[in-house]
Structure formats: C-alpha cells, structure tokens
Design a protein around this ligand. Structure first.
Ligand code: NAP
Length: 344
C-alpha cells in the first residue's frame, strides 16, 4: 500500500478551513495534512490549532513550506494573481502542486501556468471540484436517449448574500482577476457544462455590475458555439434575488435532460422523451464534500503514481474554463461581438 501524500497547504483563509481540511481528512489513505503557511502568521497559527498541526509545521511563506522535506506536495489557496508564481516555485523545487480555481487572474498568467505544467512530469492540478460531481456521468448516460442534441441552456442565478463571508475578502472587493465574481464562481459552471458537452469555440456576451461590493461586473448572459457545432446559452449571476435557479437543460430531437442543482444535497436529473412526456426524475447521490474529496483523491493518486496524465483537471482544462469567462468579458466590452475562446 502506497503511503499517503504529505500535503503542505498555503493560504489558510476561509476555504482552507471550511472545505480543504475536512476534505483532506476524509481521505486519510490518500492524504495527510502535514504543514501550513500563510503570510499573516497569526491566521496560520489559528488554522494549525483547528487542523491539528503542531507549531513546528507553521510557516510564513511558500518557500519555507516547499523546503520542508516532510512536505511531498503543495495545496495552494491563494488569490488567482498569485497561483502562477506558486506553480513556478513548487515545480522548480520538484514538488507537485494543486492550485485553486480560477487558474490565474488573466490569460497571460494562465498561459504561464500551462507552460510550466507542460514542462514537467510533476502533477500540476487546477482544483475544480464541479468536474468530480456525481451528476456528470449520470447526465452523460442519459444523453443517447434524447437523440441528436440541438441546443443547451445553462442558467445559474443566486440571490445576493449580504452576509457572505467571501464578500469581505480584500482580493474579491478589489479584484485583479478578470471579471471578478464571474471568473471566481463562473468557472465552476463552465467546468460543469463543458464536462458534459465538450469545449466552447466562440462566445458572445453581455455583462453588468449589479452590486457595488462586487468590485467589477458580476452578472453575465452569453450565447455560445461549442467546438462540436452545438449552440447554447449560459447565464450566470449571484447578484440578483430569489429564487435560486441552477439548471442545465439539454434538448435533443427526441427528448430533454434537465439537471437541477439549486439544492446541492438534493439535486435531480429528469429525462423527458417523446414517450415519457411527464419525465422521470432521479435524485443524484450527494457528493462527498461537494466533490472536493474526489478531486483531492485524484490529485493524490497522480502524485503517488508519479503520473500527471491521471489528473482530471490538468492546467489545460483549467485554462479553458477560465478562457470562456475571459471571452465573455471581452465580448461584452466590445458590444457583444463574437470572441473565439483563447487557447494556451
Ligand atoms: N472551489 C471552490 O468552491 C472555492 C470556494 C471558495 C474559494 N475558493 C478558492 O480558494 C482560494 C482562497 O479563497 P478564500 O475564499 O479562502 O479567500 P481568503 O479567505 O481571502 O484566503 C486567501 C488566502 O490567500 C492569502 N493571500 C492573499 N493575498 C496574498 C498575497 N498577496 N500573498 C500571499 N498570500 C496571500 C491570504 O493571506 P492573509 O491571511 O495574509 O490575508 C489568505 O490566507 C481562492 O483561490 C478561491 O478562488 C474555491
């Protein structure tokens, strides 16, 4: 049995405590949280106490974390502007790294991440938990029953949450990453529908800023052409009001698949066909830690087997998710012109 990967975490903020620690602890056969680092060391100390790390394993920089010989791989939860330099430093030191989505703050930095990832045999993963959702294989299984697919609609709106802890994070209040919340949260949605339907070729979009606290545009609606030739629409905002609607509709010539995921622990897939017009609904089994346990298990397996080809979200895929949002933002700035999605 291979020993668990000893992981060193940098960026001991909200998501590290609420999601990474429980997910890492949920797969002890794959991962052991070994050390942490944060530029504000006080926060790292608090984090270490909660996560059960000794004081000797608290660092104030990525360099110190990487240089710990008991750290096999890095888990980076930094604002997107800092992920590219973290990847470069980890890879130069011979350590695999997983960075949180979005891959970078802009396309130039995103290309740097892909270039470094391509230059090494070390696994460089983009953490995109939506790719690991149980719903994806379930939806794919149903698609042959609706005939040729002609159109899809990914519609995702959420009420603005004035109490969200994320609103107060300085890097979200003054975003350096393209499209602010659109790339922060929107990449998850792109990850979801592209995992089912393939990559996007062109985007025509409109964006607007609804909330001052967003610091940038926070709402978008787009028309997409997929590389397969399929057409669709994608709407995303978390700056409006009730109801929350999270829905992927895929229409074929002889049926429709509807995935409703507003309630993450009780999401459903309904198959409508010419012979079952009322539709048959199936509840999707809840994802363990919102798919984060599965994404870490995937990263750990690639590290243990020293095989980066095992990664489900390598840098190129994270690049595509982000590039779709960049294309929408660029299109909107140019009055909705059709923009080809950038490649690395
Ligand atoms: N997959 C998901 O669903 C999901 C959900 C939420 C967040 N995330 C991702 O997780 C990451 C962290 O988000 P969060 O919500 O936890 O934010 P957060 O609480 O603000 O944490 C950000 C962390 O980065 C550090 N940091 C900020 N600026 C830095 C700089 N210039 N140099 C070095 N460190 C810096 C902060 O250190 P200080 O303590 O010193 O400020 C803090 O530890 C982001 O990449 C975000 O996109 C993913």
């Amino acid at each position: 049995m291979t020993a668990p990967v000893r992981i060193g975490l940098i960026g001991t903020g909200i998501f590290a405590s609420t999601s990474h620690v429980p997910a890492i602890h949920s797969i002890p056969e794959r991962l052991t949280l070994t050390a942490c680092a944060n530029r504000t060391v006080e926060k790292a100390k608090h984090f270490a106490t909660e996560a059960g790390l000794p004081e000797s394993k608290i660092y104030s920089s990525l360099t110190e974390l990487i240089n710990d010989p008991e750290v096999d791989a890095i888990d980076a939860l930094l604002p997107a502007s800092f992920s590219a330099s973290a990847v470069k430093e980890a890879v130069a030191a011979g350590k695999p790294i997983a960075i949180e989505k979005p891959i970078a703050a802009n396309l130039e930095l995103a290309r740097e991440v892909v270039a470094v990832a391509r230059s090494t045999d070390l696994p460089v993963a983009v953490l995109e938990n939506f790719v690991f959702w149980n719903a994806i294989p379930e939806i794919k299984k149903l698609l042959p029953q609706i005939g040729k697919i002609v159109y899809f609609s990914h519609y995702c709106t959420a009420p603005f949450n004035t109490k969200s802890v994320y609103l107060a994070t300085p890097w979200r209040l003054h975003p350096q990453h393209v499209g602010g919340y659109l790339s922060d949260g929107g990449v998850h949605q792109v990850a979801l529908f592209t995992e089912v339907l393939g990559e996007v070729d062109t985007v025509s979009g409109m964006t607007t800023q609804v909330r001052e606290q967003s610091g940038d545009v926070d709402s978008m609606t787009t028309t997409l052409k997929m590389k397969s030739g399929l057409m669709g629409t994608f709407t995303y905002t978390s700056a409006v009001s009730y109801p929350r609607i999270n829905r992927l509709l895929i229409h074929g010539v002889s049926g429709t698949v509807a995935y409703d995921f507003a309630n993450k622990t009780n999401s459903t897939i309904t198959l409508y066909t010419d012979t079952d017009q009322a539709g048959t609904t199936k509840v999707v089994p809840a994802d363990d830690h919102a798919g984060i346990s599965a994404e870490f298990a995937n990263f750990a397996e690639a590290v243990q087997k020293k095989d980066k080809s095992l990664l489900k979200v390598p840098a190129e895929k994270g690049f595509h998710h982000f590039a779709v949002i960049c294309a929408a933002v660029e299109s909107a700035k140019n009055g909705g012109t059709v923009v080809k999605v950038a490649t690395p």
